[in-house]
Design a protein around this ligand. Structure first.
Ligand code: CMP
Length: 502
């Protein structure tokens, strides 16, 4: 045992074996680092291995100066401190990073890791000072009031942050990846350290908040324990629009959005009789807080289209005085002429002008936003649409409520909705606006008049309808409807005639 002690640069070092063993150890660590080069372990163990190398170099200096002079003592102290801290650090890293994470899938929080290691290093330094250099720092600090005051003042803020960090760790008001708001800052928690906590905002700012700030300010956690968030949007609608109608339209717009939860229910409340409009607030729930701004944008946009379709104005403030009497129209809705739109459809080319006029008089022009559904597969339907501007996609349900298979894309002058209108059957497909789209909607009774006066109009429509049905069935053939034959144009015509009792 004594021989082994003599090999180390401790008390009486062996003048030959001491430096030799030190050099061999140094070589071993350098070889180990080279072997681990560019591996995950090496990156993590970089700092402890550097400390151990420094320790071994100091050990060599001590071993080569065994005369126990000042240099020997300091080199010896450096040797013991650097080697001990390096080994403790390496063990901690290996244990926490690899053993705990790999075995239990759980890590140790940064603050416990950091505070724990700082305490251990501090104890090692105290012991080295005490037993090797014979400096008793603890009693020095305890007996020297001035030193205590200096150390105390210097560490005041840091200690406050560390203690706040530990309190946060115990209270656990948030964990990494949670969305939180503290004071004016809102973002996703990246990491809680021993002095600070970092959050990343929506615009990718990395905000470093001192733990003392987090301990002082109220912390709002959007992710835990319940990830659902009840957001409120406000909007205005014209006084002449009955509040129940407004509420129904807006609720339908919100319910159609995939990000809005069904439970808790959507609530629309009229909140005030404003200067120029009735004010409403709508409370809806989502569970994806990070998407909040995009969801709000989509909903506010679709509310505009929904109110527009129902002919409900969103009034300008009363102080904007419009001299003209008509209501200012948005560009998309302006200028359309239903007669011209219907007249451009080859289907109606044979209609006499007065019939076209009558059809247009009872038709409505509607605007749909990109992504909005115009008709939904399976819904009852009794109207027919001609596209004035924009594009739509015709999609088939893929079963279990997923709509997805694209059957066709239609643009200006095309029409859709003829199948339900003419056969009284539910909608055979979903039609969704692919960009902002204006359609002219013709109702069943108006069409019936035209068919009664000009039955020939049914023929070209039956051909188109038969062709479309055949396309749908070709797509569905791989599924349950395999083998079913599509009706011919003639059969379709018969069906339409029966429905119109011709
Ligand atoms: P309808 O069944 O009333 O509602 C959905 C509409 O999608 C349908 O009428 C047609 O107008 C349209 N549609 C269905 N299949 C096709 C297709 N293959 N090509 C173009 N449009 C179609």
């Amino acid at each position: 045992m004594d021989r082994v002690r003599a090999w180390l640069p401790l008390e009486g070092t062996d003048p030959v074996m001491g430096p030799l063993i030190g050099a061999l150890l140094l070589l071993a660590v350098v070889v180990l680092r080279a072997a681990l080069r560019r591996t995950r372990v090496e990156r993590r163990l970089d700092s402890p291995l550097t400390l151990i190398v420094i320790g071994l170099v100091l050990g060599e200096i001590a071993a080569l100066n065994p005369d126990r002079t000042g240099l020997f003592l300091w080199a010896q102290a450096g040797f013991v401190a650097a080697i001990s801290i390096g080994i403790v650090r390496a063990l901690l890293i290996l244990f926490i990073q690899f053993h705990l994470r790999a075995r239990q899938g759980a890590g140790v929080s940064a603050i416990v890791r950091d505070v724990g290691s700082v305490v251990v290093y501090f104890i090692i330094i105290l012991l080295v000072l005490r037993f090797i250099l014979d400096i008793n720092l603890a009693s020095l600090v305890a007996t020297s009031a001035v030193l205590t005051a200096i150390v105390g003042l210097a560490l005041q803020d840091t200690l406050g942050s560390v203690i706040s960090g530990l309190v946060l760790e115990l209270e656990d008001p948030f964990s990494p990846d949670d969305w939180i708001r503290v004071g004016n800052y809102e973002g996703q928690v990246v990491e809680t350290g021993w002095r600070t906590t970092r959050i990343r905002t929506r615009v990718n700012e990395l905000v470093t908040l001192p733990n003392t700030y987090l301990a002082r300010e109220p912390v709002v956690n959007y992710s835990r324990p319940d990830p659902r968030y009840g957001d409120t949007l406000r909007f205005h609608a014209a006084y002449e629009a009955p509040p129940h109608a407004v509420k129904e339209i807006v609720t339908a717009v919100f319910a159609a959005d995939p990000a809005v939860l069904r439970i808790p229910e959507i609530e629309v409340r009229s909140t005030a009789y404003g200067e120029s409009a009735m004010e409403y607030a709508i409370r809806y729930w989502i569970d994806d807080f990070k998407e909040l701004e995009r969801i709000r944008d989509r909903l506010m946009t679709n509310v505009w289209y929904g109110l527009r379709r129902a002919d409900i104005r969103i009034p300008y403030p009363a102080r904007d005085v419009f001299v003209r009497t008509e209501i200012p129209e948005p560009k998309l809705a302006r200028g359309g002429d239903a007669v011209a739109t219907l007249g451009r459809v080859p289907l109606f080319a044979s209609l006499p002008p007065d019939a076209l006029q009558r059809l247009a008089a009872s038709a409505q022009r509607l605007i749909f936003a990109r992504g909005e559904t115009v008709v939904r597969e399976g819904d009852p339907g009794s109207s027919f649409y001609v596209i004035e501007r924009g594009r739509v996609r015709v999609l088939l349900d893929e079963g279990n409520g997923h709509r997805g298979r694209l059957v066709a894309e239609l643009g200006a002058r095309d029409f859709f909705g003829e199948m339900s209108l003419l056969a009284g059957e539910p909608r055979s497909a979903t039609v969704m606006a692919d960009e902002d789209t204006v359609v002219v909607e013709v109702e069943h009774h108006a069409f019936k008049e035209i068919v009664a006066a000009t039955p020939a109009v049914l023929e070209p429509i039956s051909e188109v309808a038969a062709h479309r049905l055949a396309e749908q069935q070709a797509l569905r053939r791989s599924e349950s409807l395999a083998g079913e034959r599509s009706p011919s144009a003639h059969t379709m015509l018969q069906r339409f005639r029966e429905f119109f009792r011709l």
